[in-house]
Design a protein around this ligand. Structure first.
Ligand code: PLP
Length: 374
């Protein structure tokens, strides 16, 4: 169900309220929260027979919560990558694919493995190369954008790229994981597909893997559900339940973490132990102007280059106490990681640390980070 079909949500426009109100059964006697339904099959005679193809009430609660944020329909997957794979699954043999230079490692690997097998051709473009993306739009079967990008936090001019003419069968998809649907609504900007790893901000507690894709076109909705069923990329019942639970507080968490991130980005930018701070909210950021025009908020991820070499950056990771030395992002706890240490990411600046700012106290965070810097 989307906001358009659920009368309880039709009057709500604020995402904060939608996150709390959506995904609930309002009939008298129903549990207030969508129950955790660990079912594979259902008594025959109604629409729902088998979960893999027909869904479950628990997945649907998550899909309604996420879908209504962009006034669309969401499809939930076993992980973010399962959702990405469902979009790629749609490509015809010999397709042309355009992906960013700087993007989620798993997406780059999926594109590369298909290219090696001769499934498709891959063009890689800089996120900020708006003219390049506009030119690619005329020929590509799939334009996969990620904005802000991981980990360099470059913001793509989505409005301009989405407005470029593309083949009628082509799809323009945006990985919206870093911005979330609260800060950026790709479908409003003209994208066909809006993707989020629910492992990150939607779940928000580093305790689940899930992915969600939001679309407005009914044909895409049906295709994505079919692909999920065919590939068995279905979300777990507990994971979907936890993702709904996380989504309830997402607006609050994002607001707090984002305020913390701005505070830390300014401190980092002024610190002599930091050579470069990348945060779209800083006026010094190369794509700050696009970020200001396109995003509701600048997000909670900061990448910064520690002055010195990889060892100097590793030492920062070893010294933090409140901040966790861990990968991933978008959770209540702040996490810090040297990205070039990750296999496949060796091309990144060796001392670049990616910090996902959580909801801890801002002064405590800076006390921790400031003391760890060289
Ligand atoms: C984590 C992430 C993914 C993949 O999601 P998983 O849930 O880990 O499979 C894709 N894109 C971005 C930007 C991510 O951060």
């Amino acid at each position: 169900m989307s906001t358009r079909t659920n009368p309880h949500l039709a009057a709500l426009s604020s995402p904060d309220s939608l996150l709390v109100a959506a995904g609930r059964d309002r009939r008298p006697g129903s549990p207030l929260n969508a129950p955790l339904v660990p079912a594979s099959n259902f008594v025959l005679g109604a629409e729902r027979a088998y979960a893999r193809g027909d869904g479950t009430p628990t997945w649907e609660a998550l899909e309604e919560v996420v879908g209504c944020l962009e006034d669309g329909h969401a499809v939930a997957f076993a992980s973010g990558m399962a959702g990405v794979a469902a979009v790629f699954d749609r490509l015809p043999a010999g397709a042309r694919l355009a992906i960013p230079d700087d993007c989620y490692q798993g997406v780059a690997e999926l594109a590369e493995s298909g290219r090696c097998k001769g499934f498709w051709q891959v063009q890689r473009l800089a996120t900020e190369d708006t003219d390049g993306w506009i030119r690619a739009a005329g020929e590509a079967d799939l334009l996969w954008l990620e904005s802000p990008s991981n980990p360099l936090l470059v913001v793509a001019d989505l409005r301009a790229i989405c407005a470029a003419p593309r083949k009628p069968s082509a799809l323009l998809a945006v990985d919206n994981t870093f911005a979330t649907a609260l800060n950026q609504r790709p479908l409003d900007l003209g994208a066909d597909v809006s993707f989020q790893s629910a492992t990150k901000f939607i779940g928000g507690h580093s305790d689940l893997l899930a992915g969600v894709i939001t679309v407005r076109r009914e044909d895409l909705l049906a295709e994505l559900r079919h692909s999920r069923s065919r590939q068995g990329a279905t979300p777990g019942a507990l994971e979907a339940f936890l993702a709904v639970r996380g989504a309830r507080t997402m607006a609050l968490r994002l607001e707090r973490a984002q305020a913390n991130a701005m505070h830390l980005a300014e401190r980092l930018a002024a610190h002599p132990g930091v050579a470069r701070t990348r945060y779209p909210g800083l006026p010094s950021h190369p794509t700050h102007a696009i970020a200001r025009a396109q995003l509701q908020g600048y997000g909670t991820i900061i990448s910064f280059d520690v002055r010195g070499d990889a060892a100097a950056a590793d030492a920062v990771c070893a010294r933090v106490r409140l901040i966790q030395h861990a990968t991933s992002l978008g959770a209540v706890e702040s996490t810090l990681e040297r990205r070039a240490a990750v296999p496949g990411q060796e091309h990144l600046p060796p001392s670049l640390l990616r910090l996902s700012v959580g909801i801890e106290n801002a002064d405590d965070l800076w006390a921790d980070l400031g003391a760890a810097l060289p």
